[in-house]
Design a protein around this ligand. Structure first.
Ligand code: HEC
Length: 117
């Protein structure tokens, strides 16, 4: 009986650790910009490159998540994002170039996966 409950505890722990990892991995993958995002953003910004998007992605998953988690890019409107990025950039202490890359990154995710808002 004692042995069984110890096994149960170990199994629960393993499942817990696994689910945390799976969740983290899944989020990273789904937020990374790829070909679809690049094509989608180039409709609006023809000069955007894969480099631009990966820089924006780096800012978003780095400086922007120092204080809070990742925000739902599809839930907020484009207008809200514009205001929030203007508001948050000084807090994140990012350069104008990083801010520009972040803006294009957010729009690329929205354009490829989101709503037309
Ligand atoms: C110094 C801490 C800090 C940093 C860095 C920061 N934020 Fe925030 N952010 C906050 C706080 C606090 C709030 C909630 C209060 C508010 O809206 O002002 C917030 C709110 C937001 C919101 C809207 C609130 C919501 O969930 O409806 C968005 C979107 C957002 N942040 C995005 C960003 C982005 C993008 C960056 C990177 C440029 C960033 N934040 C960097 C502290 C920070």
């Amino acid at each position: 009986m004692k042995k069984l409950s110890l096994l149960t505890v170990i199994a629960c722990l393993a499942m817990f650790i696994y689910s945390c990892k799976a969740k983290k991995g899944g989020t990273e993958v789904s937020l990374a910009p790829g070909d679809a995002e690049l094509k989608a953003i180039q409709v609006k910004f023809p000069d955007a490159t894969a480099q631009t998007l990966s820089e924006g992605y780096g800012v978003y998953t780095g400086a922007c998540t120092n204080c809070h988690g990742k925000k739902n890019m599809l839930k907020h409107t484009e207008e809200d994002w514009k205001k929030d990025i203007d508001r948050m950039s000084p807090r994140a202490k990012i350069t104008d170039a990083q801010k520009d890359a972040l803006w294009k990154y957010v729009l690329s995710i929205r354009a490829a996966r989101g709503t037309a808002k």
